[in-house]
Design a protein around this ligand. Structure first.
Ligand code: NAD
Ligand code: UDP
Length: 318
């Protein structure tokens, strides 16, 4: 038998979701064994259907809020609904997923001595007063609002990761992910990129929340996954938190224009009330990732949006 010393058995929680499915694909392409765990709340078997016949791939239905006993070398903990509509659908379950999920996966990492990656979020910065956001910024988060189940759940998960690191010497990697888009986003998850593209493809009005002057910075999924892999390969002791995202910032009005130009059609802009606690601005400071991983996003917004539009055209037959 040939043993590949680089090969690992990797657990990806939330592996049937948008980011998780791309990560599973990438890990398999590098020869790793992958256990993809998901409760299919927002993910689907369809996202990983093309991987099912790969002998190195295993799909497991499980909820991370319950303990898990498997033998693994590394863990990517991505399980958690990410879009506001989905995480606000059952907010108590969202917090449980982040907090109990983190406790269970950290316990698993402790027993198996696995390196463990946490998909944290730019939401830990809340509605930021520091711009762009460096990792050293502690954030401005409402603890009792409609976004808190997600924001505070993810903040508590970060606390647990760092306490396991200090108390049990766990090998942790905490990434703070900024808005990411690409194929396999859920068409109805309400996130801005999927909403605008689906609306434009169907010839419907484009829904701008508030006056559309709020900003975000959008990273294409392939760039992000490259960052995950590089981060996971850094030396033990480099724990993060590490910002991962594309620093090119724009208003939602500019994004809407770009999508309309790309898709064509006759969609008009309509204005809806801004949801509460919606951050006014967001841009990652990625100097640390550049220095430590020699990583920065490469895919332009035009190229990334074109790929995403093609994906939605296919699944919507539009
Ligand atoms: P997604 O909703 O497509 O994927 C989440 C996956 O987790 C889904 O497959 C879902 O079914 C699964 N899941 C949810 N609760 C679970 C539970 N209790 N047990 C097991 N599986 C469960 O979202 P995504 O965009 O792929 O996000 C993946 C991770 O990255 C999330 O943790 C999210 O918070 C984080 N993140 C994503 C973004 C982004 O822009 N996409 C930004 C910041 C952070
Ligand atoms: N947004 C919008 N129209 C939509 C969906 C979202 O104008 O149809 C806005 C939303 O209010 C927010 C931004 O787009 O200011 C990004 O929203 P998303 O839900 O994608 O991500 P998040 O707010 O979590 O960064």
């Amino acid at each position: 038998m040939i043993i590949n010393p680089q090969k690992t058995r990797t657990l990806v929680t939330g592996g049937a979701g948008f980011l998780g499915s791309h990560l599973c694909e990438r890990l398999l392409s590098e020869g790793h064994d992958v256990i993809c765990l998901d409760n299919f709340f927002t993910g689907s078997k369809g996202n990983v259907a093309h991987l099912i016949n790969n002998p190195h791939f295993e799909l497991m239905r499980h909820d991370v809020t319950f303990p898990l006993y498997v033998e693994v070398d590394q863990i990517y903990n991505l399980a958690c609904p990410a879009s506001p509509i989905h995480y606000q659908y059952d907010p108590v379950q969202t917090t449980k997923t982040s907090v109990h999920g983190a406790i269970n996966m950290l316990g698993l990492a402790k027993r198996t001595k696995a390196r463990i990656f946490q998909a944290s979020t730019s939401e830990v910065y809340g509605d930021p007063e520091v711009h762009p956001q460096p990792e050293s910024y502690w954030g401005k988060v409402n603890p009792i609002g409609i976004r808190s189940c997600y924001d505070e759940g993810k903040r508590c998960a970060e606390t647990l990761f760092f306490d396991y690191y200090r108390q049990h010497n766990l090998d942790i990697k905490v990434a703070r992910i900024f808005n990411t888009y690409g194929p396999r986003m859920h068409p109805n998850d309400g996130r801005v990129v999927s909403n605008f593209i689906v609306q434009a493809l169907k010839g419907e009005d484009i829904t701008i929340y508030g006056d559309g002057q709020q900003t975000r910075s959008f990273c294409y999924v392939d760039d992000l996954i490259e960052g995950f892999i590089r981060f996971m390969e850094t030396e033990s002791g480099f724990t993060g938190p590490l910002n991962m995202g594309n620093p090119i910032e724009m208003t939602m009005l500019v994004l809407a224009e770009k999508v309309i130009n790309l898709v064509g059609g006759k969609s008009k802009l309509v204005f809806h009330p801004l949801p509460s606690d919606d951050p006014k601005q967001r841009q990652p400071d990625i100097r640390l990732a550049k220095e430590k991983l020699a990583w920065e996003p490469k895919v332009t917004l035009d190229d990334g949006l074109r790929e995403t539009v093609n994906y939605f055209r296919k699944i919507l037959n539009a």
